[in-house]
Design a protein around this ligand. Structure first.
Ligand code: AMP
Ligand code: ZN
Length: 118
């Protein structure tokens, strides 16, 4: 069972922020911003690439509710989902990173120039 499935099952503790029957939001253990929350489906889906449109659609109001609840809706936030090896996905269970709580930098190409490598 993957680490996020264990969090869903309560085998591994997490700092939960919001939950419904299909989704769970909890604080990232190694935050990359003042607020860094992960949103996952309770069902094991490997990544965005394997997700069905209904799951993604249903995540939308859940994330919006989460961001309103913690006040991120006022100044904004960033959603990221890493996919596969090139995307830097470490945990193979779909998760959306919710980042905020301060002005975020935008730097995804530190080691490669996207204009040269396309
Ligand atoms: P990714 O690189 O997109 O797969 O992101 C995985 C994220 O999961 C990283 O930001 C980790 O800090 C986070 N993470 C790993 N294990 C845990 C855990 N037990 N509780 C909370 N966050 C975790
Ligand atoms: Zn899983």
């Amino acid at each position: 069972m993957c680490i996020f499935c264990k969090i869903v099952d309560g085998e591994i503790p997490s700092n939960k922020v919001l939950e419904n029957e299909k989704f769970l939001a909890f604080h990232d253990i190694n935050p990359a911003a003042p607020i860094h929350i992960l949103v996952i489906p309770k069902e094991h889906i490997e990544s965005f690439q394997e997700a069905d449109s209904q799951t993604i659609a249903e995540m939308t109001p859940f994330i919006q509710e989460l961001c309103s609840k913690i006040g991120l809706d006022k100044n904004g936030y960033r959603l990221i989902t890493n996919i596969g090896e090139d995307g830097g996905q470490e945990v193979k269970h779909l998760h959306i990173h919710v980042l905020g709580g301060g002005k975020l930098i935008w730097k995804h190409y530190q080691e490669s120039d996207p204009h040269k490598n396309i």
